[in-house]
Design a binder for this molecule. Structure first.
Ligand SMILES: [Fe+2]
Length: 258
């Protein structure tokens, strides 16, 4: 990849503190992809539970990748095309090929699941390699979006319009997938952005969603990061925090709250 693709507008806009549609979600996806790749890579072919766990995480990742492509096609690319016809052509084509790659990964995962003890090591290695290529292509693709498409969006739209696009995306995401995404957003983002995300949820999300997000934060963050977050949100940082917040929303189970 040409490393000199970063447009001058990118640095200017970042300095001006413009709202970035891609940066946060792409950090979450990069973490989710690399964690899943490593998990598939270290799965012991002779250990059924490890293999099932790795393939389960892979299937969950692919479901979120499908959703991410759908969201971009539905909400982001049309906004760009409306102002700069043709600018999203490369991106739209790559979304089609990523969809095909996702299907191929699902087929290879099924081959691993069906394989006997003799074939499983090679089937697992083949899945790991294909996933590695998928991750590599996605890393380039996300870089292109962040450095070429985002500056075009900044040039064409004010931040109010961009936050409106993000709100429409968030509103369209099924609750269970939102909870899954949070598992990767929270450890992928820097502290101030975690605080911003959780504060926004406290203000705007459905009742109970904030408590569910806190449970995910406590599970996924280091103790130090969890304490910083709780403090910044004005919550007691002990283990009682999540239970206390959950009690205020009726003690519903997390899946029901989302
Ligand atoms: Fe994309």
């Amino acid at each position: 990849m040409d490393q000199a693709v970063i447009e001058p507008a990118l640095a200017d806009a970042q300095q001006a503190g413009r709202f970035d549609l891609y940066a946060g979600v792409h950090k979450a996806l990069r973490l989710y992809m690399t964690d899943t790749l490593a998990r598939v890579g270290r799965a012991d072919p002779a250990d059924d539970d490890e293999v099932a766990g790795a393939i389960g995480q892979l299937r969950d990742l692919l479901e979120l990748c499908d959703l991410h492509i759908e969201d971009e096609n539905r909400f982001v690319l049309p906004a760009l095309e409306a102002r700069r016809p043709g600018v999203t052509e490369r991106n739209a084509e790559e979304h089609v090929s990523h969809g095909q790659a996702i299907s191929a990964l699902r087929r290879e995962a099924a081959i691993v699941e069906r394989s006997g003890a003799g074939e499983r090591p090679m089937a697992l290695l083949a899945l790991y390699r294909r996933l590695g290529l998928f991750v590599a292509e996605n890393f380039e693709h996300m870089h292109y979006e962040e450095t070429r498409l985002m500056p075009a969006l900044w040039a064409e739209y004010p931040d109010e319009a961009l936050t409106g696009i993000e709100a429409a995306i968030v509103a369209s995401i099924p609750p269970m997938l939102m909870a899954r995404a949070l598992h990767w957003f929270l450890p992928a983002l820097p502290h101030p952005e975690r605080v911003g995300m959780l504060s926004g949820m406290r203000e705007n999300a459905p009742p109970g969603a904030f408590a569910g997000a806190l449970e995910i934060a406590r599970e996924r963050l280091t103790l130090r990061d969890w304490r910083r977050l709780a403090e910044a949100l004005g919550l007691p940082s002990g283990d009682a925090t999540v239970e206390a917040v959950a009690a205020t929303v009726g003690g519903l189970r997390i899946a029901e709250r989302w």
